[in-house]
Design a protein around this ligand. Structure first.
Ligand code: NAI
Length: 328
């Protein structure tokens, strides 16, 4: 029998946490044969609700779930952690400036990065979901100098999945026929969903669609503004689809991309495609045996270049702002 994998989830009492924990416990994060131990990190006000969720996890009698610990101490939460899902974050409230938002989140992700540095297992893999996800991941990574930088990733898989779904709807294809889609840049309204290298049942997606106006005026804004559309419709931000994407992100990272396909992950740039080294930007990546690699050699046309550059510029500005605040 396998030793359980320690999975830490922050913001466990939140709405994504509620959609996420039951599926982690049923094997959708790592695989249907991998036992897990859960550590739930919450702020003191969230502990009671997290205990309620833990009661329901108990009541589900998941065969793979080998323990649940709830704490408000990051050093306890990340002790021996193999996978960390950083979901809890400080949302932007009315009248909040970007600097206020970044420093509020710095107050969360800097100590969590340090606690990961000091306590996590050697093979720790970190996914940051809490927004602004890319820059929060950068803050946590900077506070964890003993952990290889590439273990800190940010979630753009929800954007990736949204883009696949929109493309399938436009072309009448099945989502399972779509491969090689890419989200570039920041998990924000500047993100760029790229279909120029994507394939639909083996045929080039951009050629199949053959409609640049749809691409520029419908597809890209629909994907980029989908989060706001969900809030408008549901009266609450996306939770189940975000949890699903977090599971997809880690599952793919650990278990590998399919032959001939790739996925999108926010990862520290190595300078590929002119994205400045060190910023956490979304790229097309393949994964194998728990290691990801940026897909190299893609031709970037002018349409794509302008959009990638705009999103990367925003990431550089966010990095400069957190640098000025002393957060990295
Ligand atoms: P929520 O407000 O329902 O839950 C957040 C939870 O985090 C709360 O229970 C809160 O007590 C907890 N929390 C706050 N600070 C904490 C800390 N320092 N340590 C531990 N827990 C802490 O929010 P929801 O809907 O679950 O979303 C969580 C985050 O995910 C938000 O920042 C949201 O913007 C982001 N998000 C990111 C997406 C992406 O694609 N990257 C998609 C959807 C949401």
């Amino acid at each position: 029998t396998r030793t359980p994998v320690n999975v830490t989830v922050t913001g466990a009492a939140g709405q994504i946490g509620y959609a996420l924990l039951f599926r982690i416990a049923s094997g959708h994060l790592l695989g249907a044969d991998v036992p897990v131990k859960l550590r739930l990190l919450e702020i003191p006000q969230g502990l009671k609700a997290a205990e309620g969720t833990a009661m329901e996890l108990d009541d589900s009698a998941f065969p793979l779930l080998r323990g649940i610990e709830i704490t408000d101490d990051p050093n306890v939460a990340f002790d021996g952690a193999n996978v960390a899902l950083l979901v809890g974050a400080r949302p932007r409230t009315k009248g909040m400036e970007r600097g206020d938002l970044l420093s509020a989140n710095g107050g969360i992700f800097k100590p969590q990065g340090k606690a990961i540095n000091d306590n996590a297992a050697d093979d720790i893999k970190v996914l940051v979901v809490g927004n602004p996800a890319n820059t929060n991941a950068l803050i946590a990574q900077a506070a964890a100098p003993d952990v290889p930088a590439e273990r800190f990733t940010a979630m753009t898989r929800l954007d990736h999945n949204r883009a696949i779904s929109q493309l399938a709807r436009k072309t009448g294809a099945a989502v399972s026929d779509i491969r090689r889609l890419t989200i570039w840049g920041n998990h924000s309204a500047t993100q760029y969903p790229d279909i120029f290298h994507a394939e639909i049942a083996g045929k080039n997606a951009a050629e199949t669609v053959n409609d640049e106006a749809w691409l520029a005026d419908t597809f890209i804004p629909t994907v980029a503004k989908r989060g706001a559309a969900i809030i408008e419709a549901r009266g609450a931000s996306s939770a189940a689809s975000a949890a699903n994407a977090a599971l997809d992100h880690v599952y793919t990272w650990v278990n590998g991309t399919a032959e001939g396909d790739w996925t999108s992950m926010g990862i520290p740039s190595d300078g590929s495609y002119g994205v400045p080294e060190g910023i956490i930007s979304s790229f097309p990546v393949t994964t194998k045996d728990g290691v990801y690699e940026i897909v190299q050699g893609l031709d970037i046309n002018d349409f794509s270049r302008a959009r990638i550059d705009a999103s990367v510029k925003e990431l550089q500005e966010e990095r400069d702002a957190v640098r000025e605040l002393g957060l990295i």
